[in-house]
Structure formats: structure tokens, C-alpha cells
Design a protein around this ligand. Sequence first.
Ligand code: FPP
Length: 251
Amino acid sequence: MAVNKLEHIAIIMDGNGRWAQTRSHARVWGHIRGSKIVSNIVEEADDLGVRALTLYAFSTENWSRPVTEVSVLFKLLKKFLIKERKRVLKNNIQFKVMGDTSKLPEKTKEIIADLENDSANNTGLKLTFAFGYGGRDEIVHATNRFIKENPGKEITEELLQSYLLLPELGDVDLLIRTGGDQRISNFLLWQSAYAELYFTETQWPDFKKEEFRKIYEFVSLRERRFGNISSSDLQNSKKKAIENKEIITNF
Ligand code: FPP
């Protein structure tokens, strides 16, 4: 059976709030617990030989959450970067943030910029946090930037792709969402056009390396056709070319 190489994995880390509420804690407790397992999943992605891992940490829509929740998420990002900096650099990981970070505290912006710069030449896993990110927003910005820089020129898929926030990440091969809901929530809309989708009931704070590896292995065996037909069907249809011709002429 064919095994797909899943090079770019994107994860919607959902279920933190519900995880905390079912344990009679405030929603933010779920984010705190959720932030503690991020590095395990990064480590596992690295071990699996994944090229890029993109994590949805804060969406453009998350701005409408209570101020305290938003500020906890900001703090968790800062804490994570301080705590994980050494490990990122030691493991040859290239770290980036994609999205609008303009409303983050200045210190956090500095920490992000430092880690982005210091890891820029790393050649291992491309680890990206989508923060202040929205897929539609990204496409609108890319289109506007293209129009400004190329007045009167017709846009193509390749050109639009090259104007996205981090074109080097390429298409998403596998999009995982934890927490039981089955939707994409404005995450990497362009890049996920042919992504394999996997939804798990597990809430993010309970998501373990083992489940991540199982999902990876399971999806690796899925047949990806990208709008084509399977290679065995393609072979068969070539063999049956004469029969096919007859069907078409008599149709
Ligand atoms: C969705 O859970 C999750 C988020 C909005 C943020 C994801 C953030 C983390 C995993 C922690 C931050 C970590 C770092 C390192 C930045 P939800 O609150 O929508 O959960 P619910 O669907 O149960 O309400």
C-alpha cells in the first residue's frame, strides 16, 4: 500500500475551554494546560520527520473573547517562547509567527523577532504559530498586495500563493483538529485545498504524542488523488481504452 509523506501538518488546538469547564475550572486553565503539551507535539513532529508544523494559537476571531482570556493567551505565548528558545535552537528548528502581532505587548514582539532571527538559518522543522491569523484575511492581503505591486496584471494561482504570508510552508498535507468539532475555522484556507482532514474527540490538553503518531500513520495510508482517479483505476482505464472508446461513441 502506498505511503504518503505528510510534509506539512497543521493543527487546530481546540477544546481547552471545555477541558477546564468539565473539571470545574475557569476556561483559561485549559489554555494554561494546553500550552504545556505544545512542546511534546513539536518534538513528535520533529521525530516523524515532518517538514513544517503550523499551530493555530490565536485567530482573528479570538479577539472577541473576554479581555482576560486574550491576555492569558498573550502571556502563554511569551512564556512558551522564553521557555522553549533553547530547545528550538538546539534542535535546528526554524520558528516563525504568521498573522497580525501588532497588538501584542512590545516585549513579546521583541522575543518573537529575536527567536525568528536567531532560528532563521535553521534547516530542520519549520515551526509556525498562527497568531492573530485568519485565512480570509491572509488571502485578501495577498490579493491587495499583488494588485498594488502589479497594476493591471492578471493574478494566477501560483502568483497568489507567492503573496501569502509564508509561501515557503506550501500546501497542508494533514489538518488535525482536536476537541470534537468538525470545521476549519478560517485556518490556512488556501493552503488546505487538498489537505487530508482528521478530527479527534480528544481535547487539546489531553492530546498525546502517541495519538499524534497514530493519526500520522493512519493518514499516511490514505489514498490521495488530488482530483485524479486512483493509479490502479488509471492503469485499468488505459487497458480498457478500446472499450471506453466504444462507450463514448455510443453514448
Ligand atoms: C481553542 O480552545 C484554543 C485556542 C483559542 C487557543 C489555543 C491555545 C493554546 C493551545 C495555548 C497557547 C499556547 C501557546 C504556546 C501560544 P477553545 O478555548 O476554543 O476551547 P473550547 O472550544 O473548548 O471553548
